[in-house]
Write a new protein. Structure first.
Length: 217
């Protein structure tokens, strides 16, 4: 990415990635009132966002997390940020659970905002991202801080995947087949999950993890 901090007076070039035209129109209406922000492209799919972000004409991508099929927003974020000189990615979504925020941040998102954020917060997050700074919605920042303070309760991505499939009603054997793991490995993951969450059953693990926002139901 070309650092806009080195180009005083040059507008920050934005890509809007969301599968809902009304949402893109709303974001455009809000952001186009800012003289230092210019929307140069829109994408209705995550795959399209990845393709558009590679041209060198984008400074910041505003990325939804869930698209109607295909690549997810987190996957697109990872694909975009993995490239040299990549634009920054700010996730803007309605979802603030650990199951949503952590994969997006791990994928390289510089910011994470909720769609009910005030317009001034959205513009400020875009400017912060363009300058290489992090911008997080207060609820997301609180979750991350709490996880850092109580790291023992944090499930790994694999453990969260196992528990999500258990929540869907899959047996250990079926979970193993889905994730290409042995049944013994699945049992080991579940044992660690029980210890971290302070529970002793599959039902309790699913309920606790759902309450904590680690998995979605």
């Amino acid at each position: 990415m070309n650092d806009t901090g080195d180009r005083p007076g040059t507008p920050i070039r934005l890509l809007l990635a969301d599968d809902h035209p009304v949402v893109r129109a709303g974001l455009r209406a809000v952001l186009e009132t800012e003289p230092d922000l210019v929307i140069v492209a829109e994408a209705a799919t995550a795959e399209e966002a990845v393709a558009l972000a590679t041209g060198g004409e984008i400074d910041v991508v505003l990325m939804d997390l869930r698209f109607n099929g295909g690549m997810t927003g987190a996957e697109a974020t990872a694909a975009i940020t993995a490239r040299p000189g990549a634009p920054r990615v700010v996730v803007i979504t309605t979802y603030d659970t650990d199951a949503d925020t952590l994969p997006a941040i791990e994928a390289g998102a510089t910011g994470y905002l909720l769609k009910d954020a005030p317009p001034e917060d959205l513009a400020a997050a875009v400017r912060a991202a363009a300058a290489g700074h992090t911008a997080l919605a207060p609820a997301v920042a609180d979750r991350l801080i709490n996880r850092l303070r109580t790291p023992g309760t944090g499930l790994t991505r694999r453990e969260a995947e196992v528990l999500a499939l258990v929540a869907d009603g899959l047996s250990n054997q079926a979970v193993g087949a889905r994730l290409h793991l042995t049944e013994g490995t699945v049992k080991s993951h579940l044992a660690r999950i029980y210890t971290k969450l302070g529970v002793n059953s599959r039902t309790a693990a699913v309920a606790t993890a759902t309450d904590l926002g680690v998995i979605r139901r």
